[in-house]
Design a protein around this ligand. Structure first.
Ligand code: FAD
Length: 396
């Protein structure tokens, strides 16, 4: 770790470093050698500078991991309701904290958050850290980042978990940057080593490998996790823990953002909340045929979802897409219709309780994750299923 330093008093702007940099990260501009973010610290410029004007500034600090203690969960809430991803993160935090004997913290900020925060003690949080102030009524990224930073400085958690929601995705990188530490987005699994290093596991390179990412030199370690990926925390019979009302420093409440008006969006159907999903894949030959998939979904009191090619074709909105670049789902039942089962799709649905696949190709990868399958044509099987379900509904 470090950065490249150019001594202007020795440099004669010969340009050798510019020519030899394999990453094209060096330029001469306004009579100065500039090293940009493309630099990979290969040190070729240092070796080849005839004037000895370039050197490595070592900035590596070794963190004392013992000074960082606890797993902190950011509590997302709106209109007095806690986002369910928070309870899933608390479930994971309890497991991780148990393995390294750390406490579980929950950070909640806003107005009227004391009672809301108290409710989290039932889920096994050791300390709810509540920051209450009128200025925190609405989410404003700059203010919330300040308070988050203050909280981390005071309680020094080793691990910080944030939901990969719109708010979480806006907040977590800002706070991580304040500590110059690592952040892994959209983790699908989290493990912890005895030395408190968090192993952050997530699909990489288009989902073809599962990468294990570890932040070894800095603390805290930040991870975001999507809704419906982790198991929700169980309620404790005899909850303990405490709520701490933390001090909000007035000088930290200066914001460059002014909230003029807020309006609640009409609640939309969300495939992540559905208990039953019927998924259309590219085996569906034209948009009109989505009608039969939708009919099957309605008969099962479920929702229609799809693979990415159907969204790309403009047949269905993005909100219906399951997969790495769409949503993660964990329904009780999922029926896939003409879906091949690419990893980018299955990575975000394989935790469903029952997976039922229909595909005319017996070697389709979807059958590897399915609990039940039919090798056959959806244009024969789905109408037959619909007819059978209708008959059963009539006879009830
Ligand atoms: C970075 C990246 C991110 C991606 N993100 C996503 C994502 O979020 N979600 C996603 O879905 N994909 C995603 N993809 C694309 C993914 O790799 C696949 O291309 C996609 O999932 C394939 O969709 P499909 O199964 O509908 O189509 P296909 O792979 O074309 O499969 C169609 C299947 O239908 C079967 N079939 C055809 N006709 C019939 C019939 N009449 N009856 C029965 N079966 C039939 C075929 O045998 C075939 O198995 C991503 C790719 C990349 C590189």
């Amino acid at each position: 770790m470090g950065s490249i330093l150019v001594d202007g008093s020795k440099c004669n702007l010969c340009g050798k470093c510019v020519d030899q940099c394999p990453f094209g990260a060096i330029q001469i501009d306004l009579g100065k050698v500039i090293i940009d973010n493309g630099c990979r610290l290969c040190k070729l410029c240092i070796k080849n500078c005839p004037e000895g004007a370039i050197s490595l500034l070592k900035t590596q600090k070794t963190v004392d991991k013992n000074e960082w203690n606890g797993v902190l969960v950011y509590v997302e809430h709106l209109e007095g309701e806690i986002h369910p991803v928070t309870l899933e993160l608390i479930g994971k935090a309890r497991q991780l904290a148990g393995e390294i004997n750390h406490p579980v913290y929950a950070l909640i900020m806003g107005t009227d958050v004391i009672d809301l925060g108290k409710g989290l003690l039932e889920y096994g949080v050791d300390r709810v850290l509540a920051y209450q102030d009128e200025a925190l009524r609405h989410f404003r990224a700059d203010l919330y980042t300040n308070i988050f930073e203050d909280c981390i400085k005071e309680f020094k958690p080793s691990i910080v978990l944030v939901g990969a929601t719109s708010v979480g995705r806006s907040l977590a990188p800002r706070v991580a940057a304040r500590f110059r530490t690592g952040l892994t987005a959209d983790c699908t699994q989290l493990e912890v080593r005895p030395n408190t290093d968090l192993v952050q596991i997530r699909p990489a390179f288009g989902g073809n490998i599962m990468a294990q990412i570890v932040t070894v030199r800095t603390r805290p370690q930040f991870a975001t996790v999507r809704y419906k990926v982790m198991e929700k925390a169980d309620r404790l019979r005899k909850p303990g823990g405490e709520i701490i009302r933390c001090q909000v420093k007035p000088e930290r409440l200066q914001s460059g953002l002014k909230v003029i008006r807020t309006a609640l969006r009409e609640k939309q159907e969300n495939i992540s909340d559905a208990e039953v999903l019927v998924v259309a894949g590219r085996g569906v030959k034209n948009p009109a045929d989505l009608g039969m998939i939708n009919e099957l979904a309605e008969l099962l009191n479920g929702q229609l979802a799809c693979t990415r090619p159907l969204v790309e074709a403009g047949w269905l909105p993005y909100t219906k897409q399951i997969g790495l670049s769409g949503r993660t789902v964990k329904p009780k039942l999922i029926i896939t219709c003409g879906v091949s089962g690419a990893i980018q799709f299955t990575a975000c649905m394989s935790a469903a309780e029952q997976i039922f696949a229909i595909n005319k190709d017996r070697n389709a990868p979807i059958f590897k994750v399915a609990h039940y399958g039919i090798v056959g044509d959806i244009y024969q099987i789905i109408p037959a299923l619909i007819a059978k379900l209708k008959k059963e509904v009539r006879s009830v």
